[in-house]
Design a binder for this molecule. Structure first.
Ligand SMILES: [Zn+2]
Length: 134
């Protein structure tokens, strides 16, 4: 078991921006095509905005046309927790950070090969670090 992070809502409010708090802690969704990463094509790593847990590599990012950053696989399956989400009258798979339990987005099974999965994430749940060019 990885150590999980326990913080109160008040603690999170202090360290997160309003947008990050809304998504990570309130399971919000940013409006498509408004986030900072849906159209990011730089090479690098995407970390959890709440706790810095490495979640996705830019190698697995693809243009889904949805307006949200989309990936076909996480860096490690254990870095993401999944749960069936019945909200809004539809059944979806919710993705959250395994370390801080922050809400990241949803997972769909209409992605590209090799996994055919689509990790539909919110930009504000992620923090991108570009790969240093050597
Ligand atoms: Zn996290």
């Amino acid at each position: 078991m990885k150590s999980s992070i326990k913080k109160t809502e008040e603690d999170w409010k202090k360290i997160l921006t309003k947008e990050q708090f809304y998504i990570l802690r309130k399971k919000g969704t940013e409006r498509p095509f408004t986030g900072k990463y849906w159209d990011n094509h730089q090479k690098g790593t995407y970390y959890c905005a709440g706790c810095g847990n490495p979640l996705f590599d830019s190698e697995t990012k693809f243009d889904s046309g949805t307006g949200w950053p989309s990936f076909f696989a996480p860096i490690e399956n254990s870095s993401i927790e999944t749960k069936t989400d019945y909200s809004h009258g539809i059944i979806r798979t919710e993705a959250s950070c395994s370390k801080c339990k922050g809400h990241l987005g949803h997972i769909f099974d209409d992605g590209p090969p090799p996994t055919n999965m689509r990790y539909c994430m919110n930009s504000d749940a992620l923090k991108f670090k570009p790969k240093e060019s050597s």
